[in-house]
Write a protein of this length. Structure first.
Length: 135
C-alpha cells in the first residue's frame, strides 16, 4: 500500500490492456460482465456492487476509470437515481484530475453516497489485482 494510501498513476499500458490475460483491464471487464448478468437478472444491489468493484480496479487507469464512472452514470439514469446521476457527473469531472495526479483515493467505491476523496478498505482479491497492475 502506498504510504499516503493513494493509487499511483499508471506507468504503462499493461494495466489497462483488456486483451492481456491477468491485466487490470481484463479483471475490470470481468466485473463489468458480472454487472451485466446481475442487471439482466434484476439484481440491482449486486449490479451496483460489481460496478463498485470494477471502479476500485479501474482507478489507476484513466480510460478505465472514466469508463467505470460512465457505466455508473448510465445505470443510475436507467434506474432514475437522480442523486447518483449528479454524483457520477461530478466524478466524471474529477476522475481525470485524481488519476493523473496520483491522488485517487485507494479503495473508493466511486458511488455518490461516499466522499469522492475518501480512502476505503480494498477487498483482498481486488488488492492483489490493483497491486499487480502497479508493478
Amino acid at each position: 500500500m502506498h504510504s499516503q494510501g493513494l493509487l499511483q498513476p499508471c506507468r504503462s499500458d499493461k494495466s489497462s490492456n483488456p486483451a492481456r490475460p491477468g491485466s487490470v483491464g481484463a479483471y475490470y471487464r470481468k466485473e463489468l460482465a458480472a454487472y451485466r448478468v446481475a442487471r439482466a437478472n434484476g439484481d440491482h444491489v449486486s449490479a451496483w456492487q460489481r460496478l463498485e468493484r470494477g471502479h476500485i480496479i479501474a482507478q489507476g487507469s484513466l480510460p478505465l476509470h472514466l469508463h467505470s464512472h460512465g457505466v455508473m452514470l448510465a445505470f443510475a439514469v436507467s434506474r432514475r437515481e437522480w442523486a447518483e446521476v449528479a454524483g457520477q457527473a461530478l466524478r466524471l469531472l474529477l476522475a481525470p484530475l485524481g488519476t493523473l495526479t496520483g491522488r485517487t483515493p485507494m479503495g473508493n467505491t466511486g458511488r455518490s453516497d461516499v466522499s469522492a476523496f475518501a480512502t476505503m478498505p480494498i477487498p483482498a482479491d481486488i488488492a492483489q489485482i490493483v497491486n499487480a497492475g502497479r508493478d
